[in-house]
Design a protein around this ligand. Structure first.
Ligand SMILES: Cc1cc2nc3c(=O)[nH]c(=O)nc-3n(C[C@H](O)[C@H](O)[C@H](O)COP(=O)(O)OP(=O)(O)OC[C@H]3O[C@@H](n4cnc5c(N)ncnc54)[C@H](O)[C@@H]3O)c2cc1C
Length: 130
């Protein structure tokens, strides 16, 4: 966004602070899309947290899901070390995929509740079923 600095300086709360020593760095944009990798585990490895799945920032689920999948991944690793790797991986895949499916449904419900700007690109993209 080329006029980022100008826009920030016009904001009510942040803007006034800029003249008091705050340094405004350049902007960097990257995708914040929801993602789920496949497979989630293989021989000798298991993905957890952001490495396994990522959530829309507004949902604030990243930390909770990272901790939760980390626990599940630990069980998966332990079972694998005890000779039950295939069952452990299948169970882990089912758990994480189930959570992600549930999340996607909730996301669609939340975005579906907003109907004020159907023409706006931002909302059109989120209201179109994937
Ligand atoms: C700007 C921003 C705001 C966010 N706000 C929220 C929020 O309000 N609520 C929320 O729930 N989530 C939020 N998230 C998402 C949340 O931070 C992540 O979902 C969560 O931290 C994922 O945890 P993780 O352990 O999977 O990964 P990370 O927290 O990224 O931890 C991975 C660690 O591995 C280290 N690492 C990477 N490569 C290597 C390597 N080769 N060797 C050794 N170490 C390595 C990294 O340095 C890092 O410390 C936010 C994310 C961002 C970027």
């Amino acid at each position: 966004m080329p006029d980022w600095a100008a826009r920030v300086s016009r904001t009510k709360l942040i803007g006034p602070g800029l003249g008091q020593g705050a340094v405004l760095l350049g902007t960097h944009t990257c995708s914040a899309a929801s993602t789920l990798i496949s497979p989630l585990a293989g021989p000798g490895w298991v993905a957890a947290g952001d490495a396994a799945y990522a959530f829309e920032p507004l949902s604030s689920q990243g930390i909770a899901k990272a901790l939760r999948s980390g626990c599940f991944a630990a069980y998966c690793a332990l079972d694998s070390l005890n000779g039950k790797a295939e069952t452990a991986r299948a169970r882990y895949e089912a758990l994480v995929q189930g959570e992600f499916t549930h999340y996607r449904a909730a996301l669609a419900r939340h975005y579906g509740a907003e109907t004020r700007w159907p023409e706006a690109e931002f909302w059109r993209r989120r209201l179109t079923p994937a």
